[in-house]
Design a protein around this ligand. Structure first.
Ligand code: GSH
Length: 664
């Protein structure tokens, strides 16, 4: 969770009037900070994970599961410890978009010791237990990317009620997926969703509702999310729901595509959970390198962590949340989406503000920036005139094509020499696969990058495995000077592929052939569209390697680790993590998405009509609870990787603290 400005939110009309003010001052703030901190060097590797959770309430008598709208109460208690003793807490808790979501991070960032890999999972477990203790007896904290069964329109009821002449009198369907139960309000409130009540949005802070309202108002209509339905043998084709029966208007009817699951609110996207990581680099140059080198890995990690095949109670043809969130915050007007000629807007903008990065920032990446960049030229010129280099100026001028979508009265006028809120305002609502983060003013924190694509996994073991894998990759990238850069257009193509059903097994991704060529050599000898640079590879080949052709990321990590002195417990933990990643990549074990899909398809109550009904939803979540708590073993998801687990600890033994350092 980034910026959480306190205060009184302005209306959308007021916010819109101040859009240029925010941009102008945001740029001044960035320039001031940039020059103050450009030469900041010598920071050490620090990193941390962020896990998002949802709270589920079970009704065992009626076999239903609902999202429990209690995040505020839970956070109030969780935050007490931090308020009393901020330097000595083992976890930090923050709100997220849903009133049923919370986000947890370790109390302090981890550092360059290899032994830190041995405490990640234990800390995740600590967090899970800490929050779980505050919940009711039938409530469970879950790391599932998406709550499966939101509002569903009951197709059979439609005919029944039509016959009774009551079609518009009663809302048809199943609005009872929140606890407390609440009704959507299609004609009032911030999201005006046909399906989700505003009470599902976290209301302990005005940011989330304000973003929801402003995104809708800026766009000029409700957001529209259409995800292809998974067509099973009994799926009703064409699949088209009776939106009028749930209060739909012409806009929603026009927005809903046939054979797609239609969703109309920010909650469908930002209400999903992910696993993020942030890395502190030693200096700005290293941060730019990491930003670029991790960019081509985003779609690969998205496919590998795919965990969301169900949306609004239907099996879909995608495995990931990414496009759903992207559409759920797509505030572009019709002109900006290229649907109408530009008359009042400045730009046609190809992507939503939640999307993949479009620009490499390092000198090695520059020539691979092959996607025409939409950026504000005036802002670019200002930045250039302030001695910001071409790529960084483009990057910021690109972020700043967006309007602020959340502004607070108290924050309109700021001291640009010391504050950064206007910059952060735009930065923190550009939700891209990677985020380049300048050091906050007056802090000891250095230049950082955030890795944002991963879907959250069911167990702490899996989440720790992914975190450790990505952190180790950053070490290997820097130590071996690896180069993953391919044209950014190919990364975009990979992002679309990564979300398809079973992508981890069936898709081929553009990947750089020779990743060990030093930057200079690669820059000098290769041209953009040269087949010599990149080639289609399966996730298995990328992760595990292909004899004689590609070394594979895991073998590279093993080779890196073989030169390090590691204690036995840490070594054992890392090996288990890498084994899990390796087997997911090879298809020996399922991705979370494939496992969930299979669970639904094999459930006796599934009618092969793509519908995930209450009973399946309940059984799925009960099983997830069993798996994440270790009561149910799931070889399809974990193979034998969990055997003998776990030697992870909550603290590092003092003896190990001095010995190992994996700083390159
Ligand atoms: N849950 C999201 C995902 O699955 O990718 C990521 C979290 C996120 O972006 N949350 C929004 C936010 O603004 C909530 S509206 N977070 C703060 C930030 O990005 O600085």
């Amino acid at each position: 969770m980034g910026l959480l400005t306190e205060g009184q939110p302005l209306t959308w009309d007021e916010t819109k009037q101040l859009a240029d003010h925010v941009r102008q001052h945001g740029i001044i703030q960035f320039v001031n900070l940039y020059h103050q901190l450009l030469d900041r060097k010598g920071d050490v590797l620090k990193w941390g994970d962020e896990v998002e959770y949802i709270i589920v309430k079970f009704d065992h008598l009626n076999k239903t599961a609902k999202v429990r709208l209690c995040a505020q109460e839970v956070l109030d208690q969780l935050n007490e410890k931090e308020a009393n003793d901020p330097d000595n807490v083992k976890s930090l808790w923050r709100p997220e978009y849903g009133a049923y979501m919370i986000e947890g991070t370790p109390g302090k960032p981890y550092g360059g010791l290899l032994a830190h890999f041995n405490i990640v999972e234990a800390n995740m477990r600590y967090r899970r237990e800490e929050a779980q203790r505050l919940l009711g007896p039938d409530e469970v904290l879950m790391t599932i990317t998406n709550f499966p069964r939101w509002f569903q329109i009951a197709q059979t009821d439609i005919t029944k009620y039509a016959r009774m002449g009551r079609i518009c009198v009663r809302r048809l369907g199943c609005p009872e997926f929140t606890w407390p139960v609440d009704e959507p309000t299609p004609k009032a409130g911030v999201s005006r969703s046909l399906f989700i009540p505003d009470s599902a949005i976290f209301n302990g802070h005005p940011r989330f509702a304000t973003l929801t309202r402003n995104i809708r108002q800026r766009r000029g209509e409700r957001v529209a999310i259409n995800i292809p339905i998974f067509i099973d043998k009994n799926t009703q084709i064409p699949f088209k729901e009776d939106l009028i029966s749930v209060g739909g208007d012409t806009d929603s009817i026009n927005a809903a595509l046939p054979n797609h699951v239609y969703m109309d609110a920010m909650a469908f996207g930002m209400g999903c959970c992910c696993l993020q990581m942030t890395f502190q680099a030693c200096c700005i140059k290293e941060a730019r390198t990491l930003y670029d080198q991790l960019t081509p890995l985003c779609p690969i990690l998205l496919a590998l962590t795919a965990a969301s095949p169900i949306f609004r109670g239907y099996l879909t043809d995608v495995d990931c949340r990414w496009n759903v969130i992207s559409c759920s915050v797509d505030c572009r007007t019709r002109q900006e989406r290229g649907l109408e000629p530009l008359t009042t807007e400045k730009f046609v903008i190809p992507k939503s503000r939640y999307d993949s990065t479009t620009l490499y920032l390092s000198s090695e990446g520059e020539k691979f920036n092959d996607v025409p960049l939409v950026y504000d030229e005036q802002i670019y010129n200002k930045l250039k005139n302030a001695n910001i280099d071409h790529q960084m100026a483009q990057h910021v001028a690109h972020l700043f094509i967006r309007d602020t979508v959340s502004l607070f009265n108290e924050k309109v006028h700021q001291d640009d020499t010391v504050e950064m809120d206007h910059f952060e305002n735009i930065q923190s609502t550009n939700w891209q696969t990677m985020r380049f983060k300048p050091p906050p003013p007056k802090s000891t924190i250095g230049w950082r990058v955030e890795f944002r694509p991963c879907e959250v996994q069911l167990t702490d073991f899996e989440n720790a495995a992914i975190v450790c894998f990505v952190v180790l990759l950053t070490r290997v990238i820097l130590s071996y000077q690896l180069n993953f850069i391919i044209p950014i257009s190919k990364v975009d193509e990979n992002m679309s592929k990564a979300q398809k059903r079973s992508a981890a097994l069936t898709e081929k991704f553009w990947f750089r052939k020779n990743i060990t060529s030093a930057f200079k050599a690669a820059g000098a000898n290769t041209t953009l569209n040269n087949d010599a640079v990149y080639t289609p590879m399966s996730i298995d080949e990328i992760i595990n390697g292909k004899t004689g052709e590609f070394p594979g990321l895991i073998p590279l990590i093993h080779s890196y680790l073989s030169s390090m002195d590691i204690d036995a417990d840490t070594h054992c933990t890392i090996r288990k993590y890498l084994k899990l990643i390796s087997r997911r990549a090879s298809g020996q074990i399922n991705t979370t998405a494939s496992w969930i899909r299979r669970f639904v398809q094999e459930h006796p109550a599934y009618k092969h009509d793509s519908v995930v009904n209450d009973e399946i939803n309940y059984d799925l979540l009960i099983t997830v609870d069993g798996i994440q708590s270790g009561r149910i073993s799931c070889p399809q998801l974990h193979g034998d990787c969990l055997l003998g687990v776990s030697k992870t600890k909550e603290t590092i033994p003092p003896a190990l603290q001095k010995v190992y350092s994996c700083t390159p």
